[in-house]
Design a binder for this molecule. Structure first.
Ligand code: FAD
Ligand code: SIN
Length: 535
């Protein structure tokens, strides 16, 4: 069995950035289930939030992040995010990411719920593509080993310590084991759970399912963000129309041409995402339509073509000139706030197992993520993962407490703040439904969209929980990537649904018609862990 100091699963921003830092400290293997650039990162449009502009400050970024998070952001984690942002942006520039500049200064755009323009971008609206291509080129010209088309299927744990990972070589069809000192999950979110989604088809919750099966704690799964403005054109796959379009002055109109957002909320189009997405759903219902329109026809055409060249081109290719016509949009699944529960150095409750990027739940986003904080979270907490592993290495070698790293807290502090302070829930036993068909991906995606989507209720969630639980019993031992992904999605869907059922309130992205208010007794996190005793 091959041994590496670090095995990283996933090759989006989190996996690649961590690999580039880790290779300075030991041997690194990246396993990724598609080709290296198959990931969500590549599709990021708006950019990376960082409080680096004149008139901005980490304090202001902190306030905006906390306000969007609906009372569930971890203040300590958010402080880290905003204070360490500038340094990570400098790292990315050093690695060659070509952020847009004007007269030598980085240009900043505004997105919803940010009080100032603070979002750095590249290629106008092609930020993710520039990041992914730059980082993957750096990885390719380094000693990092990359195995593409290699699907991680099981985390190997012995005596509560990570030993390695089992993976399927999707091309050869063979199963391999790799061992390591540190295993880092950077497998992204779970956006393919839903019928309408902005997410790449590799984003199927694998890391979360694997971590759960291995005994790791999974947190905040009920908080899933739906992006308000995703292109809704017949026969065209959902395509994101970045929030930055509204930041630059885009207006939402219903099918009758009426600007409706000011009727719902004072910040109108720039209200937090959950509010805009729900307002659009209400407006679509009111007007008996499956879409609303985003209007940029009042903006200078040059601004549209230079700031949003990618969107402009994509729409043009599908017969729509957005400088002249309205853009049909509707909400779609976008981002998971929850995930594998980690402390501020990316550690899970299993020794040697780390998580970073969208897979991880650092608790910076709380119940609702502020736009463009995700790429930032991936790099800020990714860097901390590597620093923590370095500290652990030194601890082992010198058998004495090394000088404390600037970023990583001491062992005692980490113990005190180690995740696992909440009493975890186990998935409840549910009665097997007599006549449920065997699960398949489209049915799962429709079920989640209809019953566990933007607007939920106890009734819809109970129905979904029963079906998902019955489906879990139908699932077969996976034999290939699709069957493995389906199993992982069903498990993630189940955890999400059970968490949403438990949370009898509405907060951030989680909205229930039977509990429409935010309740102080629910200002806490819901954590799930596998009940190994029940096996
Ligand atoms: P990903 O980039 O999704 O990468 C996950 C990797 O894990 C992939 O390489 C995948 O193949 C691999 N993988 C998964 N499972 C396995 C397995 N079992 N075995 C092996 N490999 C596996 N955020 C922002 O901050 N700003 C934005 O402007 C922005 N725009 C967005 C636009 C779109 C359309 C989307 C979908 C998201 C956007 N986001 C944005 C969110 C952000 O892009 C993601 O949260 C972020 O890129 C996640 O990075 P990641 O490295 O965690 O995961
Ligand atoms: C967008 O560009 O609207 C997406 C930004 C994000 O998801 O953070």
């Amino acid at each position: 069995m091959s041994y590496y100091d670090y095995i990283i699963i996933g090759s989006g921003i989190a996996g690649l950035y961590i690999a580039l830092l880790a290779i300075e400290r030991g041997s690194v293997l990246i396993l990724t289930k598609g080709s290296i650039d198959d990931c969500n990162t590549k599709y990021a449009q708006g950019g990376i939030a960082a409080p680096i502009g004149k008139g901005d400050s980490p304090e202001s970024h902190f306030e905006d992040t906390m306000a969007a998070g609906g009372g569930l952001c971890d203040a300590e984690a958010v402080r880290i995010l905003v204070n360490e942002a500038a340094e990570c942006i400098t790292d990315l520039i050093g690695l060659g990411v070509p952020f847009d500049t004007l007269n030598g200064e980085i240009t900043l755009t505004r997105e919803a719920a940010h009080s100032v323009p603070r979002v750095i971008h590249a290629g106008g609206d092609a930020t993710g593509e520039h990041i992914e291509v730059t980082l993957s080129q750096q990885v390719r010209s380094s000693p990092i080993e990359v195995l593409e088309h290699c699907l991680a299927t099981e985390i190997l744990v012995e005596n509560d310590k990570v030993k390695g990972v089992k993976a399927l070589d999707c091309r050869a069809g063979s199963m391999e084991e790799y061992s390591c000192r540190f295993l880092i999950l950077a497998t992204g979110g779970v956006g393919r759970l839903f019928k309408y989604t902005t997410n790449s088809d590799v984003v199927t919750g694998d890391g979360i399912a694997l971590a759960f099966e291995a005994g790791a704690e999974i947190c905040d799964m009920e908080f899933f963000q739906f992006h308000p403005t995703v292109l809704r054109l017949p026969g065209v796959a959902p395509f994101l129309i970045t929030e930055a379009v509204r930041g630059e002055g885009g207006i939402l109109r219903n099918v009758e041409g009426y600007r409706f957002m000011p009727d719902y909320v004072a910040e109108a189009e720039l209200a937090p995402r959950d509010i805009v997405a729900r307002s659009i759903v209400y407006e679509m219902k009111k007007t008996h339509s499956d879409r609303v329109f985003l209007d940029v026809t009042h903006l200078p055409p040059r601004l549209i073509t230079t700031r949003f060249p990618h969107i402009y081109r994509f729409c043009r290719e599908h017969g729509l000139d957005i400088a002249e016509g309205l853009i049909p949009v509707a909400p779609a699944a976008h981002y998971l706030m929850g995930g594998v529960s980690v402390n501020e150095c990316g550690e899970t409750n299993i020794s040697g197992l780390f998580a970073a990027g969208e897979t991880a739940c650092t608790r910076v986003h709380g119940a609702n993520r502020l736009a463009s904080n995700s790429l930032l979270e991936s790099v800020v907490f990714g860097k901390r993962v590597v620093e923590r592993t370095e500290m652990i290495q030194k601890l082992t070698v010198t058998a004495s407490v090394p000088q404390q790293s600037r970023r990583c807290p001491s062992e005692e502090e980490l113990q005190a703040r180690r995740r696992g302070s909440e009493e975890p829930y186990f998935l409840p036993e549910r009665e097997m439904l007599p006549s449920v068909p065997a699960p398949n991906l489209p049915e799962l995606q429709s079920l989640m969209w209809d019953k566990v989507g933007i607007i939920r209720s106890g009734e819809s969630l109970s129905e979904a929980a029963s079906i998902l639980s019955s489906w879990q019993r139908f699932l077969l031992q996976p034999i290939d990537r699709p069957s493995s992904e389906l199993n992982d999605l069903v498990l993630c869907g189940r955890i999400m649904t059970e968490a949403a059922l438990l949370r009898e309130e509405s907060r951030g992205a989680h909205f229930r018609t039977d509990f429409p208010h935010t309740l102080p007794e629910w200002q806490r996190h819901i954590v799930f862990r596998k009940d190994h005793g029940a096996e």
